[in-house]
Ligand binder design. Structure first.
Ligand SMILES: CC(=O)SCCNC(=O)CCNC(=O)[C@H](O)C(C)(C)COP(=O)(O)OP(=O)(O)OC[C@H]1O[C@@H](n2cnc3c(N)ncnc32)[C@H](O)[C@@H]1OP(=O)(O)O
Ligand SMILES: O=C([O-])CC(=O)C(=O)O
Length: 373
């Protein structure tokens, strides 16, 4: 077979799949999900609406939204064996690795794992969406030797998630902002983790395997792990001036600044970052403390001036999560938990119209005509 010789490092600009799920319209600053703009939806709708949109292809009616909330809250509880496995992990385990283990272990409880039908995969997505908040929150609690919490069915999906993490029932503002962050993280076309999940699913492997691989992908600092890295960077400074100096020094050392740049947006701001920036302003006002907002704005201005680079979602999600009282090591697990909606929809789509991913290489090694010593 004649192999096309065009090579795109990092598959930059390569179309890897046909999808009706989502598309980044960088011209309009829109994130299209099944025809709707996620940015617009973030101002009018909630996370569960997007879950419904991703998994059912349309926004829910009031009745469908309630049914979805009930479907999820009915499956919040984790099998005892999952908690047992989490309890056996070494204390040094990162919550993202505990989550990877948790997703993998949940596969063992699926009694019809070989059923790849859309209906079975959608049920799996609901099970994962229901249980991952408990995996995320309780794996952290176990690692930190804190008390394991049981979910509160009386709270909304997002309020319960935040409650499980902090141990406090959130205020209306905290619940709304957290829900909005989950919505913004829910789906984003073809990032590395989604590609990883689709590559795995393309062998007809199962949803748990595909998502376990996606957790590993998302952990990296060039991808989802950036939200955690941004927060550590912010904590290394105490004022906007100190933060500017910190960033300038990193740039001088040719270090990458976490929370800036994006393969698709690169020279434009990620439209999701703007929404989280507004949320940060709201939280800052409520707390009477805008130090983090001031620092972030100073960093944003410096990066635009020095590098022509703009914030991605992780840059503003990090300080928002900090102000919500969320432990830093849970920022990326929360991102994954939210993204489970989009990832599951991609696995379903991959299985619906499958073609095995198996690209070729540009070989740069030697070729010998006889055995060398
Ligand atoms: C939710 C998300 O997952 S969003 C992404 C989160 N990740 C981050 O915030 C990590 C920081 N950002 C980055 O590393 C990159 O911008 C990425 C990985 C997101 C995109 O990278 P790529 O598309 O592969 O572009 P690449 O890394 O080659 O960058 C292109 C140029 O911009 C520079 N650049 C890109 N991002 C940054 C950054 N954050 N800080 C400093 N310079 C940067 C690179 O050094 C490179 O410069 P050069 O051409 O002079 O070598
Ligand atoms: O799209 C990407 O490459 C990364 C990203 O912003 C996301 O996954 O939300």
């Amino acid at each position: 077979m004649q192999v096309e010789q065009t090579y795109h490092p990092g598959l930059d600009g390569v179309i890897a799949a046909e999808t009706d799920l989502s598309f980044l319209d960088t011209e309009q600053g829109q994130i299209i999900i099944h025809g709707y703009d996620l940015i617009q939806l973030s101002k009018t709708n909630g996370y569960l609406d997007i879950v419904h949109l991703l998994l059912k292809g349309e926004l829910p009616s009031e009745q469908e939204r309630l049914a979805l909330a009930e479907r999820l809250s009915g499956s919040y509880d984790l099998p005892e064996a999952v908690l047992d496995v989490l309890k056996r992990l070494p204390a040094s385990t990162h919550p993202m690795d505990a989550l990877r283990t948790g997703v993998s272990v949940l596969g063992g409880f699926d009694t019809r794992l070989d059923d790849r039908s859309e209906e079975a995969n959608r049920e799996r997505a609901y099970e994962l969406l229901a249980k991952l908040p408990a995996v995320v929150a309780n794996s952290y609690r176990i690692l930190e030797k804190k008390q394991v919490l049981t979910p509160k069915d009386s709270l909304s999906y997002s309020a319960n998630f935040l409650y499980m993490i902090t141990g406090n029932v959130p205020s209306e503002l905290e619940e709304r902002v957290f829900d909005q962050s989950l919505l913004l993280y829910s789906e984003h076309e073809m990032p590395n983790s989604t590609f990883a999940a689709r590559v795995i699913a393309s062998t007809l492997s199962d949803m748990y395997g595909a998502l376990t691989g996606a957790v590993a992908s998302l952990k990296g600092h060039l991808h989802g792990g950036a939200n955690e890295a941004v927060m550590y960077m912010l904590l290394d400074a105490n004022s906007p001036e100190e933060f500017e100096t910190l960033l300038s020094n990193k740039l001088k050392k040719k270090e990458k600044i976490m929370g800036f740049g994006h393969r698709v947006y690169m020279k434009k701001i990620d439209p999701r970052a703007l929404i989280m920036k507004e949320a940060l302003a709201e939280l800052s006002q409520a707390a009477g403390d805008d130090r983090l907002l001031q620092m972030c704005e100073a960093g944003e201005a410096l990066m635009a001036k020095e590098k022509g680079l703009y914030p991605n979602l992780d840059y503003y999600a990090a300080p928002v999560y900090w102000m919500l009282g969320i432990p830093i090591s849970l920022y990326t697990p929360i991102f994954f938990s939210s993204r489970t909606a989009g990832l599951s929809a991609h696995v379903i789509e991959q299985h619906r119209n499958n073609k095995l991913f198996r690209p070729r290489v540009k070989y740069t090694g030697p070729r010998y005509t006889s055995v060398q010593k």
